[in-house]
Design a protein around this ligand. Sequence first.
Ligand code: A3P
Length: 288
Amino acid sequence: MMTEAELYIVCKGVYLSSKIYSPQSLKYYEEFSFRPDDIVIVTYPKSGTTWMQEIVPLIQSGGDPASVETAPNWDRVPWLESSRASILKLEQRPSPRMFATHYHYSMMPPSFFKTKPKVIYVMRNPRDVFTSSFHYYGMASYLVNPGTQNEFLHKFLDGKIMFGSWFDHVKGWLNAPDKEHTMYISYEEMIMDLKDSVARMAQFLEKPLNSETVEKIANRSVFKNMKQNKMSNYSMASNEFMDQSKSEFLRKGIAGDWKNQLTVAEAEYFDAVYKDKMKDVKYKFVWD
Ligand code: A3P
């Protein structure tokens, strides 16, 4: 079994997979020039990134399906830290450009703080992030095999996985100043009311949409429909990265699957760690 030392590099204190990120790609991001009207989707991995890579282009295009049918999600809304970003000629893309990043707030490059592009920060119940990650780490060959569920639970809670600690990520972004250019939304709110979530995002992005268009976008991006989009379901991803016969990328798409995954003792341990790490956080999460 490949270890962290073999598969990961350490960037600004967190593990990153050396198959997807490189010192050159991180340098590219560090020197990247944002525009004020850029849209940056920020997530801790497994919190709804791919879903947002569907919704935001549909909002920007006023619901035109071509916006999500002509390019795979990783080129349509590229991760700025990935090796691929530096070859996509992002400087030549017309505004508003759409990006994704898994960076913590403290990891963002200088231009971000100067230019203040629009940010949509998506959060998900960390118990479900854990559950989704456990399945994902079992099928993604660029990540260290999760080991037993209990071993992975400790790694997750200690932040010894790709992109570090969920707690640090969420706390860092929630404490970010300049809240007026940041929208906070949760995966659970999107599950509960996708139309309302789309409408709120459109409003934040200053892209007024009528209710028919909002409905169309919600319908296209709902789990069972989005799963059919080969540009979004990772069916085009190389076997070198993942084996979806073990677990699909668009796996279940529900809130609360942790209840099927964690033992009672694991859930209690999770709660205790959560309570301690989140004790200073004022934000009202839908899952609390
Ligand atoms: P599950 O493994 O719980 O199913 P990310 O894109 O940040 O890596 O997150 C992946 C998670 O988001 C997976 O969760 C995936 O199924 C879920 N997801 C992707 N598209 C979705 C959609 N349209 N609706 C609901 N969940 C979605």
